[in-house]
Design a protein around this ligand. Structure first.
Ligand SMILES: [Zn+2]
Length: 255
């Protein structure tokens, strides 16, 4: 069992009278797990890309909490400049969020795009694509709500790794919502009538392992010389979190 401090607790709060849903959390536990993961797998990302990936993990975690429990959501952001792909995915029932950057062999898109894929067991995956203007994940989620959820949302990055998402519900107070800024959103609990609806918890955790990575190489069976090119081991990265695994010929021959 993991101690509770390893998890970021995410609160869903209904703002009465205003008819808005506020989802908020403090992300230090997730970020700590993320940095331990980068150290363990000797991954290094440039500072600005690292900051945006953390923002993206935070906003997806808030969005997952605003959505039904059963959904697993994956977002890929494909940017023109810097040319980079961000990937984040998570699940409320799995209590996890993970992600990575791709900076090599990234296709240059004609504009910045955010792809969202939602998986629910027993249903077809649902994919939506949103055009995004900036390089800021806080803007992306606001665009995403406007275009895909068809209701406005505002997202704020506050001090001390706190993030808040406020999503409008039917018959919301438009004037109040339009005036919301970082200062007023930090005081909602004191100034508004609120009701805590539920709390979910998340940690940085991909769930990958060498055993799960090996089947992805099964198509190389019979072509191992081509794959290994004279080396004894090759390194394989998890497509979801970037974790590095060393794979030997024997592992594939036995698999
Ligand atoms: Zn992984």
């Amino acid at each position: 069992m993991q101690p509770v401090e390893d998890f970021t607790k995410v609160e869903s709060i209904f703002v009465r009278e205003r008819n808005c849903l506020m989802v908020r959390a403090q992300f230090t536990p997730i970020y700590t797990g993320y940095y331990l993961h980068l150290m363990e797998h000797q991954l290094r990302y440039a500072n600005e890309l690292d900051a945006a990936l953390k923002d993206l993990m935070a906003v997806l975690t808030l969005h997952l909490t605003a959505r039904p429990w059963a959904e697993t959501i994956a977002w890929t952001a494909n940017l023109r400049a810097p040319r980079v792909n961000y990937f984040v995915t998570g699940s409320s029932t799995g209590e996890n969020i993970t992600g990575r950057l791709f900076t090599e062999d990234v296709r240059e898109p004609d504009r910045n795009l955010l792809y969202s894929q939602t998986l629910v067991a027993g249903h077809e995956p649902r994919t939506t694509t949103v055009h995004v203007e900036s390089n800021d994940p806080i803007d992306w989620i606001e665009h995403y709500y406007q275009q895909s959820e068809q209701r406005p949302a505002k997202c704020f990055r506050l001090d001390d790794e706190n993030y808040v998402l406020v999503a409008a519900q039917p018959d919301y107070d438009e004037e109040w919502f339009a005036a919301l800024d970082a200062e007023s959103v930090a005081k909602i609990s004191e100034q508004e009538q609120t009701k805590l609806l539920e709390t979910r918890k998340f940690q940085f955790n991909c769930g990958c392992s060498l055993e799960r990575i090996l089947p992805s190489l099964s198509s190389w069976k019979g072509k191992l010389d081509e794959l290994f090119q004279g080396e004894d081991v090759i390194r394989v990265n998890c497509p979801r979190c970037g974790a590095r695994y060393e794979v030997s010929r024997e592992m594939l021959e036995d698999a």
